[in-house]
Design a protein around this ligand. Structure first.
Ligand code: CUA
Length: 340
């Protein structure tokens, strides 16, 4: 376990801890504002109540209360009646203030829930996301069916454009959460849950599975990369393009043969005989920031270790320790790095 935790700390996705209270998008922004307001109102109520209780307990210290003095008893009786009348008034005032605060908080919550459930304009992009133990399959849908493509563990979105997210699970219950952009949505087997999100600023946002789903739940992250619309279009165009086959008689072309024979039953690379559906689609793997669902950066040593023995990095993952010589592992990695 320790080595994987240590390398996780070096991942680009982990440079900044995401906080739902520091939002960079919608509907996360309105949810964060509501959260801050509810905290402020609750704190104000606590402070006011504490001051009142303190004031009431200190106010009548040393009152006249000698039980053997008839005059004192009379005075005491009058004081008690006045106290009861004034106390009842305070109950009315307190109840009225409480009701107003609760109604305002309820109204604000309803408004935020409403804005979170409906995008302001029809989202032009739909992401079909399927959660697996422990990675995210992403299908980017287009109104032109031939423009649809697949990727994994990485979502690109154009800044300022609402994106529809349709969530389903291939196995157990997961939860899709990009704290800085939107609230959580459970991902439930046999059901499609829908949400939407919009990034307001260019940047890389960490998404995280937020429902315990097994041993590697904590290592089920995804990168959300918000780009300018022009950069997004360039990325999408490149993802739609077929991969370029490596030049013949190179290390990469030898690696391609090993890959198709040893990895192609589980992984797909479009345009080759590798058509597996069990693991992530690797058609443009080299263009991704991380591997293994945000576990480590997409670097040569990490790829070599992953292809050689994924279990040493992410124990319990479906990918077995590969029974191929290290020279073949290196040529497979050389091939994977051509998949831009
Ligand atoms: Cu998937 Cu936790």
């Amino acid at each position: 376990m320790w080595p994987s935790i240590l390398v996780l700390a070096q991942t680009r996705l982990d440079m900044r801890t995401p906080s739902y209270m520091r939002s960079s998008g919608t509907p996360g922004g309105s949810e964060a504002t509501l959260g801050w307001w509810l905290i402020a109102v609750s704190l104000a109520v606590i402070v006011v109540m504490a001051v009142l209780v303190l004031w009431a307990s200190l106010r009548n210290r040393g009152a006249d209360s000698d039980p053997n003095n008839a005059a004192s008893i009379d005075r005491g009786r009058g004081r008690t009646e006045w106290h009861i009348a004034s106390g009842v008034n305070w109950i009315y005032i307190g109840s009225a203030i409480t009701i107003v605060i609760l109604i305002v908080a309820f109204g604000g919550t309803l408004a935020v829930i409403s804005s979170a459930s409906h995008a302001p304009t029809k989202p032009p992009i739909t992401l079909n996301i399927t959660a697996h133990q422990w990675w995210w399959e992403v299908q980017v849908n287009d109104s032109v069916p031939s423009n649809t493509f697949e990727t994994a563990n990485e979502i690109h979105v154009p800044v300022g454009v609402p994106v529809r997210v349709r969530l389903q699970s291939a196995d157990v219950i997961h939860s899709f959460w990009v704290p800085e952009l939107a609230g959580k949505m459970d991902v439930i087997p046999g059901q499609v849950n829908e949400m939407w999100l919009r990034a307001d600023h260019v940047g890389i946002y960490r998404g995280q599975c937020a429902e315990f789903c097994g041993l590697q739940h904590a290592h089920m992250a995804l990168a959300v990369i918000a780009q300018s619309p022009a950069d997004y279009a360039a990325w999408a165009g490149q993802q739609r393009s077929a991969g370029v086959a490596p030049a013949p008689n190179t290390v990469a072309s030898a690696g391609k043969q090993v890959f198709v024979a040893s990895c192609g039953a589980c992984h797909a690379v479009q345009g080759t005989d590798a058509l597996g559906r069990l693991g992530p689609d690797l058609t443009h793997l080299a263009s991704r920031l991380t591997i293994a669902a945000g576990l480590v950066d997409n670097t040569t040593p990490n790829l070599v270790q992953w292809v050689h023995n994924a279990q040493s990095m992410k124990p319990g993952v479906l990918m077995p320790k590969m029974d191929i010589p290290m020279s073949d592992v290196k040529s497979v990695v050389a091939y994977l790095q051509t998949l831009r």
